[in-house]
Design a protein around this ligand. Structure first.
Ligand SMILES: [Zn+2]
Length: 74
């Protein structure tokens, strides 16, 4: 379930290409399909992947690509 202000969040994060790249790399699934960074509040369990941050970063990446802001290869 995405928050009502999701597009704003995506837009804000998409302004920082470096941040988006870092979030995509850091919030990746482990062997159990859970985010290696995020945890379920109040527990020691890792959150199911794609986690919210991962989804946010993926959407932001799509925004960045769609506006052609990518510089150089990669
Ligand atoms: Zn995560």
């Amino acid at each position: 379930m995405k928050d009502a202000n999701w597009p704003e969040l995506v837009d804000t994060i998409a302004q920082n290409v470096e941040l988006v790249g870092r979030l995509v790399v850091e919030h990746r699934p482990d062997n159990d399909g859970r985010c290696v960074v995020c945890r379920v509040a109040g527990t020691s369990l890792h959150a199911a992947w794609p986690c919210k941050v991962s989804e946010l970063a993926a959407d932001a990446l799509a925004v960045i690509r769609s506006r052609g802001a990518a510089r150089g290869p990669g």
